[in-house]
Design a protein around this ligand. Structure first.
Ligand code: SF4
Length: 360
């Protein structure tokens, strides 16, 4: 074993570090693929059931017309992507969507608004959404842009479990992607979220033209936060026509898998989440990414239309790989979401044995 790369592997607790150097992280990225995956899978098994994956649903509660200039994002009002902006969704509508997500098996409901930051007048609505979704027995997560300490406290008071605010990329590459808010602004919001006692969800996007060093820089920043984020979403750039990154070259699939594996090694107890860009990944890649330590997925909004082929595809793959949805951590709920998910898995398994005449 190379102790320079993996110095504290002998002790589970000592493996939680906040002092990773760029050199160490780059050395992990440079390992032979099989060595890296073996190490990541070993760390994964020390801290999680390797055959359990958490399932979350994401709902856009306010779409488009965002004043920020994130070059990858179709919701920025600076790019013509044909996206129809929508106002903040009504509280009742959000709760109905959360009920539908729960019925489909999600245990966490994430609500996202395309804002620079929430305004004072928005806060009563978003806190009502948190309360309503929580009453359903779902874990709640929001992403609303930058937060002041007071806003973070207000959301905590309403019962918000998680707040998502991504660092996106390395500090060095960041200016190539966003100019309307600084890296420091992002770190400050994460401070406010942590200060309010809300769990942090923070990750980034790969495939934006960054170097391996930038991917190492992103993960180093996340791992060296005062506490590792509870969830670390690793997104693959989705190239949207009209955004400045629409013509970006594809990222090598193995580089994506390496990023997941290094995230797992650096943040052993965090949920590493496969988020945007999943649609372009085939089943074999999903399987490798789960092996490398990813243990959370977003269903996305497509979940909310029935029937949902994307959700079915995930359930079928879970069944083929022997993966089960992770048990929910909300203790006061007595509903049957897990049961529903297991039923769906069984149904998916059964479906594979029936001949589908419509496809003949
Ligand atoms: S702040 Fe969020 S919604 Fe706004 S442009 Fe950036 S990524 Fe898109």
């Amino acid at each position: 074993m190379n102790s320079a790369v993996f110095p504290n592997s002998s002790s589970q607790d000592q493996s939680i570090r906040h002092d990773w150097t760029r050199q160490e992280v780059e050395a992990l990225f440079a390992l032979p693929f099989n060595d890296l995956l073996f190490r990541a899978a070993t760390v994964h098994r020390q801290h999680f059931d390797p055959n359990a994956v958490q399932v979350s649903t994401l709902l856009s509660i306010k779409t488009g017309a965002c004043p920020e200039d994130c070059k990858y994002c179709p919701q920025s009002n600076r790019y013509d992507t044909g996206l129809e902006p929508e106002k903040l969704m009504e509280v009742q509508k959000v709760i109905e969507e959360a009920k539908a997500a729960k019925a489909q098996g999600s245990t966490r409901f994430c609500m996202g608004a395309a804002w620079r930051s929430p305004k004072k007048k928005d806060m009563p609505y978003v806190t009502a959404m948190v309360r309503g979704v929580k009453e359903l027995g779902l874990e709640t997560c929001m992403t609303l842009g930058m937060l002041t300490q007071d806003q973070a406290n207000e959301l905590a008071e309403a019962g918000l479990d998680y707040y998502n605010h991504n660092l996106d990329t390395s500090p060095e590459f960041y200016g190539e992607i966003i100019t309307t808010r600084t890296y420091g602004d992002r770190l400050e919001t994460l401070d406010h979220v942590r200060g309010a006692g809300i769990k942090v969800c923070s990750g980034g996007i790969v495939g934006m033209g960054e170097s391996v060093g930038d991917r190492a820089g992103l993960l180093q920043q996340l791992a060296n936060l005062p506490e590792h984020p509870d969830s670390v979403p690793i997104n693959m750039l989705v190239k949207v026509e009209g955004t400045p990154l629409a013509q970006q070259d594809n990222l090598d699939s193995f580089d994506f898998i390496r990023t997941i594996a290094v995230a797992r090694i650096l943040m052993p107890k965090s949920h590493v989440r496969l988020s945007a860009g999943r649609e372009s990944m085939n089943e074999e890649m999903h399987a490798l990414v789960y092996f490398a330590g990813a243990n959370s997925i977003f269903y996305g909004e497509k979940l909310l239309t029935t029937p949902n082929p994307e959700a079915n595809k995930d359930m079928q793959l879970f069944a083929r790989l022997g993966i089960k949805p992770e048990q929910r951590s909300v203790e006061h709920c007595e509903d049957d979401v897990e049961e529903q998910l297991h039923q769906r898995i069984e149904q998916s398994q059964n479906d594979r044995f029936f001949y589908d005449a419509t496809r003949a």
